[in-house]
Design a protein around this ligand. Structure first.
Ligand code: GP9
Ligand code: MN
Length: 609
């Protein structure tokens, strides 16, 4: 009998160690005492019922439970290495996409991941060991109840203390899964997420009057404007082409490696057009689809899952919708499976008149995952050039993780180094070449002088770059976390002087900025971004609650408490007192809340009626 209990204690300890190794391996910083107690407590709550079972069933169920936890840890670890987030209920609803990511997933596996399964042989052996004595049912009930009680005592008080200190904000707003993990551990996170997922799917809560007022007030507040840097309507009636580039950060722009420019085409474009130097990605779990949504609907992505999957039927004041109403022909082009990220439905709903997906292209050249960006651009222009004025939204793919483009397209001469970093630069360099081809084609087709061209990156590369890599590129920035939040925003407007904008902006600002150039303005539309040409200093809000202004960078903490975050001066990259960033925190809480309310309750439809 004693052996059974001892073995159960072994199960608790080894599972606890596996959970802690998970956090250590993924460098999710949080190892304080309450976290340890919550981790052990949650295992007890998850497994107390084993103690109630008869010996044989107990052993078998313990094997199944420990294997399930091992699989959960491995899946979460792989997902986290790629997306920097945990698998959630909403993500599972899009699980069919995992198929396409298989290549990426294998590249993320490590031998050390076997540690998640370290206890399996012993658990299996235990099932086949003979146990002499049965345990009386009363004893089993008492033991199971005590186990549950101990589990509750280890988890509830620390979480309660956290809520007392920080409020329920973290759970209510749920802007960042990592912060919930930091308080309740991995098993706690998944339980909470499952509860929320089920609740949101089946019990839809109504918006309160106060919440509705909050949303209306947000749109009613006056804007902080300055004289326009570029005249309103300077590109009235022109075509619009927006190109979203995959995992295209901006730190390599105007940089050289071994005497070769990494992005020669973009570098020369910047000299002739408008370049927003401090431009940030604001995506969450919906990755590429979130970036598309930010740029086209000018709202924030949701914290869990993707708007494209979960709210595609909502009403949005989207760029294609606004332009279509003004007589534009609207096209979306992405040479991949049309149902990926639910694009076929979402694009139809935006609405784009026509979506050219993989099946509409001649697949004559593959780079990375699919048709090369070069062919996407060249064939794409042929498809749309006959119908003007057009709005064409093109989504590239060649520079997708794990960046292993075919050797013949790797044209940079690089010394051997860390493979993924080299591959990333090769893929970026390739995409830059494709941009060069795009510009040429626009000129040949006589579109360059009557088309506004917008280029931007969707999100970061998801790579942990080495110090040696930064050195090779001559990057000295002391604040790497902010550096990798930046993607480029380049705008070509026919016949205007070149302009470099230093003020901060984010993907959510793309639609209002374009509406300014096309002479339509964003008045009367439910778009949350600002027009880059007229806005004064703003806080660019990231989905995890961080915020960036011209002067400061507020990095939100995993706890959701303002004072736990850190505040930097952007110019000097020095830490300053956190209260300097108070405004940024307030702004991010408000903006994310307003956007979430709009999306969860389909408010644009209601408010427009
Ligand atoms: C595929 C592509 C995926 O269509 O958009 O990019 P991701 O969302 O994985 O960054
Ligand atoms: Mn992407």
């Amino acid at each position: 009998m004693l052996f059974n209990y001892l073995f159960y204690i072994f199960f608790i300890v080894i599972t606890g160690l596996k959970l802690l190794y998970f956090g250590y391996d993924l460098e999710i910083k949080y190892t304080s005492l309450p976290f340890l107690s919550v981790t052990i407590g949650s295992i007890l709550i998850f497994s107390f019922w084993l103690v109630f079972l008869r010996t044989k069933a107990w052993k078998l169920c313990m094997l199944i439970l420990s294997f399930t936890i091992s699989m959960l840890l491995l899946s979460d670890a792989l997902y986290f290495r790629y997306f920097h987030d945990f698998i959630t209920f909403s993500v599972l609803r899009q699980a069919f996409q995992v198929d396409s990511l298989t290549g990426s997933i294998f590249s993320l596996l490590k031998w050390m991941d076997l540690l998640f399964f370290v206890d399996q042989p012993i658990m299996l052996l235990n099932v086949f060991m003979r146990m002499p004595k049965k345990i009386a049912v009363e004893k089993r009930i008492i033991a199971a109840s005590l186990t549950l009680l101990l589990g509750i005592c280890l988890t509830v008080p620390p979480i309660h203390r956290y809520i007392e200190k920080a409020g329920t904000n973290l759970f209510l707003n749920n802007w960042w899964n990592e912060s919930i993990y930091n308080v309740v551990g991995l098993l706690g996170f998944h339980s909470y997420d499952l509860y929320k997922g089920v609740k949101n799917s089946w019990l839809h809560k109504q918006i309160t009057d106060q919440e509705l007022e909050e949303v209306k007030a947000w749109f009613a507040k006056g804007e902080n404007r300055k004289e326009a840097l570029v005249p309103f309507g300077v590109a009235k009636g022109k075509n619009l082409m927006v190109v979203q580039l995959e995992a295209f950060e901006s730190f390599f722009i105007n940089k050289q490696i071994n005497g070769q420019a990494i992005t020669p085409n973009l570098n020369s474009l910047i000299k002739e057009g408008i370049y927003v130097e401090n431009f940030y990605w604001q995506t969450a779990q919906g990755r590429t689809s979130d970036a598309e949504f930010l740029a086209n609907a000018s709202l924030f992505p949701i914290a869990n899952g993707s708007v494209y999957q979960l709210y595609y039927q909502n009403a949005f004041d989207s760029l294609p919708k606004i332009l279509k109403a003004k007589g534009y022909h609207t096209f979306a082009l992405h040479a991949y499976e049309k149902s990926f990220w639910n694009r076929n439905l979402m694009y139809h709903h935006y609405p784009f008149d026509r979506f050219y997906s993989m099946e509409d292209f001649n697949e004559n050249e593959t780079v990375g995952w699919a048709l090369s960006d070069k062919e996407l651009f060249l064939q794409g222009i042929d498809k749309i050039k006959g119908t003007q004025p057009f709005y064409s939204f093109i989504v590239g793919l060649s520079s997708h993780h794990p960046y292993t483009i075919q050797n013949s397209y790797k044209t940079l001469k690089l010394e051997a180094g860390i493979e993924i970093e080299n591959n990333y630069l090769q893929a970026i360099h390739y995409v830059d070449t494709a941009i060069g081809e795009l510009i040429n084609k626009l000129k040949v087709e006589k579109l360059w002088d009557n088309t506004v061209l917008v280029l931007y990156g969707d999100h970061d590369a998801g790579i942990k770059f080495s110090d040696e890599f930064y050195e090779r590129l001559g990057i000295e920035s002391l604040l790497k976390s902010e550096l990798h939040k930046k993607v480029p925003l380049y705008i070509h407007v026919p016949n205007i002087n070149p302009l470099v904008i230093e003020g901060v902006a984010g993907q959510i600002d793309i639609t209002p900025t374009i509406l300014h150039l096309l002479g339509m303005g964003d008045n009367g539309y439910y778009v949350m971004g600002d027009n880059i040409f007229t806005m004064k200093d703003k806080w660019v809000v990231l989905r995890n609650g961080s915020a960036i202004s011209n002067d400061y960078y507020y990095e939100a903490a995993g706890t959701g408490v303002f004072a736990d975050g850190v505040c930097y001066r952007r110019k000097t990259k020095e830490l300053t007192k956190v209260t300097d960033c108070q405004e940024g925190f307030k702004e991010s809480m408000q903006a994310l809340q307003v956007s979430d309310l709009i999306i969860e309750h389909n408010l644009i439809e209601k408010m427009t009626k």
